[in-house]
Design a protein around this ligand. Structure first.
Ligand code: CU
Length: 328
C-alpha cells in the first residue's frame, strides 16, 4: 500500500535551521517529577526511603503539528507524561487518579515494577476514582511506563506513556546537563485541522506523525535544548513505538557512553553513532560537546524526520579549530 504524505516542509526545513536559545534549565524540575524536556533533580547520596508519587490520567485536546489538533490521553496533562526519579530500594506509594471529566478508565503499567501487570493489575481507575499501590524499586535503570487499560493500543497510541529512572545507590555520575526526550508515533487521519486516531493505520503500522516530546516542533525554534562547549550532556531517551523501533542519533555528535537498553549496572558502550531503542524501551546517552553549533536529534530511520522525529541541541561557546573548522 502506497501512501503519499506532505510533511516534508515541516520536518526538513527545520533540519538545517538553528533555533533560538530559550529552553529551560535542565535541572529545574525539582522533586521526584518533571515535565519533558526537564529532568527531576538527581537523588544524590541519600538513603532509600518511601516516596509518594502522584499521577493523574488526563484527556485533553492540544496541538500535534502546525495548525493540527489531536485528542490526547495523558498522564498529568502532558505527552509524554512526567519523568519520575527514584533510587534503588525506594518504596513507592503510587497514586493514580483518573480525572472526573475523562471518558475512559485508565491504569498504569510501570516497567520498573516487579508485580502483576507492572501495577496495572491493581490500579485501573474509573473517571473520578483514585487507586493507590505500593511497590519497591528493585533494579536500577531507565524504565517506560504506559497505560494498559481497555484495548491498550489506543491508550498507548493516544499519549499515555513516559519514563521513570531508578538510580543506583549513590546516584549516577554527575554531568552538566540532563534532558528527557521521548519518541512516539501517532496514527491519524487528518482533516480540517484535526487529527483523528486511526486504529486501522495503527494496525498497518503507518504513523502519520513520529515525534519527539509529543508534537512536531517540541524541540525546535524557541524550545531547543541547549548546552555550552565543554559540558557533558546526558539524555534520557524513551521510545514507546507503539510499533516502531528508533534509530536514535545526534547529527554531529558521537555518544561517549550508552547505557544499553537503559540498563544501569549492565553494559555501557563507548563511541556509539546510533543506538537502537525498541518499542517500550529506553536508553541513557552521554556526550561531551566540543564545539559550538546546532546539533540535530533524529530517528535516523530518516523518512521519520519528515514526520516530525527531529529536535535541536544548540551549543554555545568558543570555537576549537583543532576539532572542527571550515577549510584547511
Ligand atoms: Cu488509559
Amino acid at each position: 500500500m502506497m501512501r503519499v504524505r506532505n510533511h516534508w516542509k515541516a520536518g526538513l526545513i527545520g533540519l538545517m535551521v538553528a533555533g533560538s536559545l530559550v529552553a529551560g534549565d535542565a535541572l529545574a524540575g525539582g522533586g521526584p517529577l518533571a515535565h519533558a524536556p526537564n529532568v527531576p533533580a538527581p537523588v544524590g547520596k541519600r538513603a532509600a526511603k518511601t516516596v509518594v508519587m502522584k499521577f493523574e490520567a488526563k484527556e485533553f485536546t492540544g496541538p500535534i503539528a502546525d495548525g493540527v489538533k489531536y485528542d490526547f490521553w495523558s498522564f498529568n496533562g502532558t505527552v509524554p507524561g512526567p519523568m519520575g526519579r527514584l533510587r534503588v530500594g525506594d518504596s513507592v506509594e503510587f497514586h493514580l487518579a483518573n480525572h472526573k471529566d475523562n471518558s475512559q478508565p485508565h491504569n498504569i503499567d510501570i516497567h520498573a515494577v516487579n508485580g502483576p501487570g507492572g501495577g496495572a493489575a491493581v490500579n485501573t481507575a474509573k473517571p473520578g476514582e483514585e487507586k493507590v499501590f505500593t511497590w519497591k524499586a528493585m533494579a536500577p535503570g531507565l524504565y517506560i511506563y504506559h497505560c494498559a487499560a481497555g484495548a491498550i493500543v489506543d491508550h498507548i497510541a493516544n499519549g499515555m506513556y513516559g519514563l521513570i529512572l531508578v538510580e543506583p545507590a549513590g546516584g549516577l555520575p554527575a554531568v552538566d546537563r540532563e534532558y528527557y526526550v521521548f519518541e512516539s508515533e501517532f496514527f491519524a487521519d487528518v482533516k480540517d485541522g484535526k487529527a483523528e486516531f486511526s486504529l486501522q493505520n495503527g494496525l498497518e503500522e503507518h504513523p502519520e506523525y513520529v515525534v519527539f516530546n509529543g508534537s512536531q516542533g517540541a524541540l525546535m525554534g524557541d524550545k531547543v535544548l541547549k548546552a555550552k562547549v565543554g559540558e557533558t550532556v546526558r539524555i534520557f531517551f524513551g521510545n514507546i513505538g507503539p510499533n516502531g523501533i528508533s534509530s536514535f542519533h545526534i547529527i554531529g555528535e558521537i555518544f561517549d557512553r550508552v547505557y544499553l537498553e537503559g540498563a544501569i549496572g549492565g553494559t555501557v558502550n563507548s563511541n556509539v553513532q546510533t543506538t537502537l531503542v525498541p518499542s517500550a524501551g529506553a536508553v541513557i546517552v552521554e556526550f561531551k560537546v566540543d564545539v559550538p553549533g546546532t546539533y540535530t536529534l533524529v530517528d535516523h530511520s530518516i523518512f521519520r524526520v519528515a514526520k516530525g522525529a527531529i529536535g535541536h541541541l544548540v551549543v554555545e561557546g568558543k570555537e576549537d579549530p583543532n576539532v572542527f573548522k571550515a577549510g584547511k
